[in-house]
Structures are given as C-alpha cells and as structure tokens.
Design a protein around this ligand. Structure first.
Ligand code: SF4
Ligand code: SF4
Length: 103
C-alpha cells in the first residue's frame, strides 16, 4: 500500500504531517513530501486531514483492481471516498465522520 502526494495541489498546510502516526511526511519548500514511502502502512490518516484532496492512495489488486486509486473529498462532516478504476469508471462511498466510530 502506498500514497502519492500531488504537489501541484498541496497548499502546505501541514495537516498530513501532524496526522501521520509514523512521522513519514515532511514539509519541504512548503510542499508535503514522503520521507519514507516504504514505511507507509496505508492508515489513510493523512488523506482524511488534507483539505484539498492532494493525497491519493493506490489500492491493491485484491481490493480495487490494478491501477485503481482512491482519494477523499471532504464536505462538512462528510467524507466522500472516491475510487478511480483503470477503466475510467468511478465509485463513491460517503461516510459521515460524526457517526463513523459509533459501532
Ligand atoms: S497513510 Fe498513514 S502511515 Fe501512510 S503516510 Fe498517510 S498517515 Fe502516514
Ligand atoms: S494536508 Fe494536503 S495540502 Fe496540507 S500539506 Fe498535506 S498534502 Fe499538502
């Protein structure tokens, strides 16, 4: 599992740096950068905090198909998990984070 940071969209807010429990992301010239991509275990904490959807996640073949990527678009308390498949189709799963830890 690994993530990819789109530096062109990154606004350098530092939220992902603070969110990563493994201290794997740094700000370099006001842009987020992975310090050690190999150590990322795909917890998605950085993605959830990014206000501009600049962090993408590569899905494994077993769960998303080869070439599928995922990103999160935030809307108030809602997280829209968007999966882009290699055939050009997209799937969205919406979760209200207020209720996410209820069960
Ligand atoms: S997915 Fe988790 S472990 Fe990987 S960089 Fe983001 S916060 Fe860190
Ligand atoms: S949270 Fe997003 S915008 Fe903020 S530094 Fe990280 S990648 Fe850039």
């Amino acid at each position: 599992m690994s993530i990819r940071i789109d530096k062109a969209n990154c606004i350098g807010c530092g939220s992902c740096v603070e969110a990563c429990p493994g201290n794997l992301i740094a700000l370099v010239d006001s842009k987020a950068e992975m310090k050690s991509i190999r150590d990322c275990w795909g917890c998605t904490a950085c993605m959830k905090e990014c206000p501009v959807s600049a962090i993408g996640y590569f899905l494994g073949v077993d769960i998303g198909g080869a070439g599928a990527t995922m990103h999160i678009e935030r809307e108030g308390s809602l997280y829209h998990w968007k999966v882009d498949f290699s055939d050009g189709t997209q799937k969205t799963i919406t979760v209200d984070r207020k209720n996410a830890n209820k069960y």
